[in-house]
Design a protein around this ligand. Structure first.
Ligand code: TYD
Length: 134
């Protein structure tokens, strides 16, 4: 059965010295972490993403600042606003993904289930719909 995109709350230790959150593979997110990348210094008004992965799953956290992630499976579109470092968005494979509305100094951390593979990307929306058979 296909998994659904969803917000996952992470553990948080609130402390007067500062807060702490963490992620363990398979425990807080449903996949093994094979890669981590981050997106930063995004100029105002820019968009990122605009592609889908055939097999890669991701978990996206706004470590700092805020941005929106829009997910589209060809028949349904959902927008999630990420603006805290103690929750993130789980993105299963097979969703068209777009990120925008980056605040100044925002930092997006992305955990991925597979190593970088250009062949796993679908960068053309019509090709994505064809791949989904919509
Ligand atoms: P790209 O996928 O276009 O970024 P976004 O998802 O935000 O649209 O990636 C930008 C460039 O970085 C592209 O040339 C591929 C490269 N890249 C890697 O080499 N390894 C990675 O893990 C990622 C995510 C990107």
């Amino acid at each position: 059965m296909m998994e659904s995109p969803r917000i996952i709350d992470l553990p948080k230790f609130l402390d007067k010295r500062g807060n702490l959150s963490f992620i363990e593979e398979y425990k807080h997110i449903p996949f093994k972490i094979e890669r981590t990348y981050w997106i930063y210094d995004v100029p105002g008004g820019e968009e990122r993403g605009g592609h889908a992965y055939k097999i890669n799953q991701e978990f996206i956290v706004a470590l700092s600042g805020s941005f929106d992630v829009t997910l589209d499976n060809g028949s349904e579109k959902k927008t999630f606003s990420l603006n805290r470092s103690y929750y993130g968005l789980y993105v299963p494979e097979g969703w068209w993904r777009m990120m925008d509305n980056f605040s100044t100094n925002s930092l997006a951390m992305i955990l991925a289930s597979s190593p970088y593979s250009p062949e796993d990307y679908i960068r053309d929306y019509n090709e994505f719909l064809k791949w989904k058979r919509i």
